[in-house]
Design a protein around this ligand. Structure first.
Ligand SMILES: Nc1nc2c(c(=O)[nH]1)N[C@H]1C(S)=C(S)[C@@H](COP(=O)(O)OP(=O)(O)OC[C@H]3O[C@@H](n4cnc5c(=O)[nH]c(N)nc54)[C@H](O)[C@@H]3O)O[C@H]1N2
Ligand SMILES: Nc1nc2c(c(=O)[nH]1)N[C@H]1C(S)=C(S)[C@@H](COP(=O)(O)OP(=O)(O)OC[C@H]3O[C@@H](n4cnc5c(=O)[nH]c(N)nc54)[C@H](O)[C@@H]3O)O[C@H]1N2
Ligand code: SF4
Ligand SMILES: [Mo]
Length: 588
């Protein structure tokens, strides 16, 4: 491997290969997927001011002292009353070595995710495992259906792979991709289940079902048919506000074609998020659209499939979505900004204030560092050794230490110190740990490493379920179909990802975006209010929105004051969009 090659450490589908040259981060032109350009987020990385010194209750202290205080606090508290809370501010695997310490120490950790776990649960129900549909495979399709994923913003390196394809976009926002689509179904948020069932009904009526696939590869199709038949076409069409012309156009674009469904987290930020992914998978399966060239459903895939990672995990966990910091005497927060990113911020902040001792281990000052008792600055990825996987492609990327730096401590250094101070066995060296992970399931391709579990046509021979067949969705909790609540003239809240921020890192939006029909001018101030809280925002008009929707980008300060603390029905996911919002005009 070239000595100046590394990878972007950020939580992103693309996992770009990066060249470190003359003190600059540059795209690696030789990487087959990421092809040389970097996005605004990594471009902002070196310019972003970071925490340079440790702090105790807001006062700067030397790092040695901060580490002593950490050790002492850990000795004082009952391990069962300590929480280890990890985010993915840095997507490298070495972050987990700190979790290994906390597992041995006896702390609680978190389960589920703030991100994609509801959807992943639905995929596992149907296919057994969530394999990545790689960009190389996506490139072989005829038609792309982009469903609740904002490719141009969150996954921009995929764009060249779908160039020239017939394109359908299903999104309540007229995204850049939607503007170029052959068909854009601008449905209401949370209506995906209805739409997918409606499309499935038409696929049956128009005799487009792949009978051979159903016979050979699936088991419970009859139950699936009973399930979709329990919803009336007339009702679905009326409620979706969709025309027969639009449905026919959709069917024309997928009939006898190789279809890549590219689904993102947008569709599953609801209680029934697992059912949506299971239903979209079922739609693809009834068309026989798995295990063949260019066919399948791409979601945030299981990046570490079949790799062995030697990190212990805590046996006792609390769901991350509504983890209550106030129940703990010590919370150790690493690579995350829960005071901003978790739903229902008002309670999260109260819980953090009521926690005995909050340690924040991160790169940047943010809402969480403000509430922390002890701040421990992390080292940047350039100054530590690591390895990362991708949830969008099948490469793993080495991130060697490229510079020496005095600021901060690496995850490995911190874990080594804690292992030592708590009398645990000495750690293997960083290089040994990383080499063993690489060796466990990858092969070299020139300067790069790829996963051995990559299958050209995923699920070609078998699905990963117990009996190796695909399992259709055949039931759902009753209230899950969409919004059956009583008439509610409040806005739907969309909280999508922004181009210039990576969750709450880098250049964060401050605005609430509105359709012009809402009657506000750019620069007006409003209080946005939901059943869960309120927050003051400045507004901007956005012509891309439906009349019944508001957009607040996910890193926007205050967005999660509006969102509910619910857990999804399955998968322990967050339900950021299970909410309606009213606006009240206020003076600036
Ligand atoms: N620039 C940038 N890139 C990122 C990130 C970032 O913050 N910034 N974050 C990274 C992370 S952590 C993740 S998980 C991924 C997520 O990336 P994506 O999966 O693309 O997620 P989102 O941007 O949340 O939502 C995608 C789309 O879903 C639409 N949507 C919202 N609600 C619904 C709905 O009910 N139905 C339908 N059909 N569509 C809906 C939104 O309008 C949006 O266009 O992106 C990663 N990449
Ligand atoms: N309303 C709403 N809320 C959302 C979402 C949404 O769509 N809508 N999306 C959710 C999703 S998909 C996700 S993934 C979460 C993300 O939420 P979080 O995991 O909280 O991610 P960030 O807000 O990006 O915070 C990451 C922090 O990691 C720290 N960090 C960066 N690099 C390093 C490092 O090398 N070492 C250490 N120790 N720390 C580091 C930085 O200080 C940064 O502040 O947010 C969720 N929140
Ligand atoms: S954030 Fe994503 S697109 Fe941007 S450089 Fe990193 S991996 Fe590439
Ligand atoms: Mo995420």
């Amino acid at each position: 491997m070239k000595s100046n090659l590394t990878a972007c450490p950020l939580d992103c589908y693309d996992a770009c290969s990066v060249v470190w040259e003359d003190g600059k981060l540059k795209g690696d032109p030789n990487h087959k997927i990421t092809r040389g350009h970097l996005c605004p987020n990594l471009n902002a990385f070196l310019k972003t001011p970071r925490i340079e010194e440790a702090k105790l209750h807001g006062e700067k202290i030397p790092m040695d002292r901060a580490l002593e205080i950490l050790v002492q606090k850990l000795q004082e508290v009952d391990p069962a009353k300590a929480l280890y809370f990890k985010g993915h501010g840095n997507f490298g695997v070495m972050g987990e070595i700190v979790g290994d310490f906390f597992a041995r120490y006896g702390a609680m950790a978190t389960s589920g995710s703030l991100c994609d776990s509801a959807g992943e649960y639905g995929i596992v129900c149907g296919r057994g495992r969530s394999r990545i549909m790689t960009p190389q495979e996506i490139a072989k399709c005829d038609t792309v259906v982009v469903w609740g994923r904002n490719i141009d913003t969150t996954n921009s390196h995929l764009m060249p792979f779908i160039e020239g394809k017939d394109l359908i976009v299903i999104d309540p926002i007229q995204t850049v991709t939607a503007k170029h689509a052959d068909l854009h179904l601008q449905i209401k948020p949370k209506d995906d289940m209805k739409l997918a069932i409606l499309l499935a009904r038409f696929i049956v009526m128009q005799e487009m079902v792949d009978e051979a696939f159903i016979e050979d590869r699936t088991d419970n199709f009859d139950y699936f048919i009973d399930f979709i038949n329990s919803y009336r076409v007339k009702y679905l069409m009326r409620d979706l506000g969709i025309s027969a012309t639009e449905i026919n156009r959709f069917l024309d674009l997928v009939a006898d074609r190789k279809v890549a469904f590219l689904v993102g987290v947008g569709v599953q930020k609801y209680r029934h998020g697992h059912s949506v992914l299971h239903m979209i998978d079922s739609l693809s399966a009834m068309l026989g659209n798995f295990g063949k060239e260019g066919c399948g459903v791409s979601y945030l895939g299981e990046s570490r499939l079949d790799f062995s990672l030697p990190f212990q995990k805590s046996k006792s966990t609390v769901p991350i979505v509504n983890a209550d910091f106030s129940r703990f005497d010590l919370s150790f927060i690493q690579g995350a900004n829960p005071a901003q990113s978790m739903p229902h911020s008002s309670s999260v902040r109260e819980h953090l204030k009521a926690c005995g001792f909050v340690v924040y281990f991160g790169l940047y000052e943010n809402e969480t560092s403000e509430l922390a008792d002890l701040i421990i600055p992390a080292k940047r990825f350039l100054a530590k050794s690591d390895l990362r996987f991708s949830y969008g492609h099948d490469y793993l990327l080495k991130m060697p230490r490229l510079i020496a730096e005095d600021i901060g401590i690496s995850e490995y250094e911190l874990a080594s110190l804690l292992f030592d101070r708590f009398g645990m066995p000495a750690l293997q060296s960083e290089a040994e740990i990383l080499d063993a992970i690489v060796a466990s399931n990858s092969y070299a391709e020139g300067d790069y490493l790829r996963s051995r579990s990559y299958q050209e046509e995923s699920y070609k021979e078998r699905f990963d379920t117990d009996d190796e067949t695909f399992y259709f969705i055949d039931e759902m909790e009753e209230e899950s179909l969409g919004d059956e609540e009583e008439a509610d003239d409040r806005f739907y809240l969309i909280t999508a990802k922004a181009k210039h921020s990576l969750n709450s890192q880098f250049k964060r939006s401050r605005y609430l975006y509105l359709p012009r029909s809402a009657g506000f001018n750019d620069g007006d101030w409003v209080v946005a209010r939901s059943d869960f809280g309120a927050y003051r925002f400045q507004v901007k008009n956005d012509y891309r929105l439906r009349e019944d929707c508001l957009l607040i980008y996910s890193g926007t300060p205050g967005v999660n004051f509006l969102t509910p603390p619910f857990l999804s029905q399955e998968g322990e996911g967050a339900c950021y969009q299970e909410v309606r919002v009213a606006l009240e005009r206020v003076d600036s």
